[in-house]
Design a protein around this ligand. Sequence first.
Ligand SMILES: C[S@@+](CC[C@H](N)C(=O)[O-])C[C@H]1O[C@@H](n2cnc3c(N)ncnc32)[C@H](O)[C@@H]1O
Length: 244
Amino acid sequence: MTETTPGKLYGLGVGPGDPELISMKSYRLLQESQVVAYPTGRAGGGNALSIVEPHLREDHIMLPMMYPATAGKVADSPEYPQLMTDFYDDTANEIAAHLDTGRNVALICQGDPFFYGSYMYWHARLAEKYDTTVVPGISSVMTGPVVLGKPLCHRTDTVTVIPATLSEEEIEARLKVADSAVLMKLGRTLPKVRRVLKRIGRLDEAWLVERATMEGERVIPMTDDSVEKAGYFSICVLPCKTPV
Ligand SMILES: C[S@@+](CC[C@H](N)C(=O)[O-])C[C@H]1O[C@@H](n2cnc3c(N)ncnc32)[C@H](O)[C@@H]1O
């Protein structure tokens, strides 16, 4: 009996939102895959899926991987880390089952897979066992300043990237020493971020970019109270301080 050659795992960065911002390599490997795996919430769909949707074929086998509820209290609960571990273990097994039958699996990730991308948790479970290729994607950090129309850094500027899920004190300490900065994971963290920016006198420099290159894209100055209604898919950009 001949043994089946396992399929390949492709961790594909698919860019920030606009389906045209997917790289040629991610596009090609998507077409060379029989299975498309994607993270999704209870409502179905998901950003990564909507980015690749125009590029899907009828015969692609879709593998939705439904996150346990991640918002609000559940994410702060003591059970949350174990829930997530079980989720990644179980879905990695589902992916492995396809790979074992010889199918290539494209696991799609909004932005870049290794830049706060959940792809890395599946990579950690599967990449040693299966032939794996990771393709970088255009990250929200690169996209926000372009949508805003203001350069992020030049000459000897340093850029500080801050997940807004850090404590208020930690955000303040890091912003105080930053030249340019990008804050990620906004939404319910926005009031905290605005308090810090105001305290250190940098609120006027900061801009919110919500859903960059996607439907519903918005650019709002952080001085505007309406920014606090923005969702999780937003970044706050403090562009170049010095004139270009
Ligand atoms: C889990 S991280 C994933 C980052 C992603 N891998 C990347 O390279 O951009 C999710 C955060 O990325 C940011 N983000 C991702 N896509 C975005 C977009 N199109 N517009 C604005 N922010 C975005 C938001 O700050 C969001 O809270």
